[in-house]
Write a protein that binds this ligand. Structure first.
Ligand SMILES: [Zn+2]
Length: 270
């Protein structure tokens, strides 16, 4: 199963068909196409912490939210530090990190069981994880770069959903969005050492590319840890896009040499 590409005017975005079919959520993953930002942020930059002009970014939010049918005032933004802390968002958090100050600090994952709370997380190569417990229902988003993947933020998010909402892994649908894939994600020995400690199946995740150089498969590492905790493989949808290979369509930290905008994942219970 793959994400599906949609278009509204010049704005292109992705949706997860299995999520859409439930009728429980509004959601989407942005591309860099269809916004108003310029230069390195061209054009749909959704990162308010970048040096991009605030008015431009807010206009990009208006357009993206309009395309996916989400009220921009319902957004609650994460504050990402490549950690593994998870924040439970409520209605009173709406607007935080978007159109008002936020006290949500150092949280790489957001979850909620309330309708009308639109979670937002940010990406430019890191792995976007979408979660939907169709029974409770409850939702979550997690930002998993290599550090978050090693810390198993995906698995920890599921555990928190189990604790807070009584979610069962077999009821949870997962979407793994566009990110840097093993075709482009070269890492050195210190990173491989961290993965060795965290994953017994290390050999399945890396491929050697010369001395001290390895190609790392972050998608597989996230899938493995989610399946380990009981998520059904058939309930995991993976986007085929590599953000680095398709940097004309996605912001890519590596392809754009660090000067780039932010893509966003958004999901809301309806
Ligand atoms: Zn690639």
């Amino acid at each position: 199963m793959d994400f599906e590409l949609r278009q509204k005017g010049a704005l292109k975005f992705l949706v997860i068909p299995s999520f859409e079919k439930t009728g429980l959520v509004k959601h989407g993953f942005s591309t860099r196409l269809g916004g108003v930002s310029r230069g390195a942020f061209e054009s749909l930059n959704l990162g308010l912490k970048k040096t991009d002009e605030k008015e431009m970014v807010l206009e990009n939010y208006r357009r993206f939210c309009d395309a996916i049918g989400v009220d921009m005032n319902d957004l609650v933004a994460s504050d990402q530090v490549h950690g593994d802390d998870i924040y439970e968002a409520f209605l009173q958090d709406r607007g935080k990190g978007i159109n008002r100050e936020s006290d949500i600090i150092s949280k790489d994952a957001l979850m909620t069981g309330q309708k009308g709370v639109a979670l937002v997380t940010f990406y430019a190569d890191c792995v976007p994880l979408f979660f939907l417990d169709v029974r409770t229902p409850a939702i979550a988003l997690a930002h998993a770069g290599w550090r978050g993947t090693v810390k198993k933020i995906g698995q920890k998010t599921v555990i928190q959903m189990m604790k807070k909402y009584g979610s069962k892994p077999e009821d949870i649908l997962v979407g793994i969005g566009p990110c840097i894939k093993s075709c482009c994600y070269e890492v050195d020995n210190p990173v491989v050492e961290e993965f060795k400690k965290a994953f017994s199946c290390l050999k399945e995740l890396i491929e050697e590319r010369g001395a001290d150089h390895w190609m790392l498969d972050l998608v597989k590492a996230n899938k493995k840890q989610l399946e380990e905790i009981g998520i059904k493989p058939e309930n995991i949808t993976v986007s085929h896009y590599c953000t680095c290979c398709s940097s004309d369509m996605f912001f890519s930290y590596r392809a754009d040499h660090g000067k780039t905008g932010s893509l966003a994942a958004v999901i809301e219970l309806v």
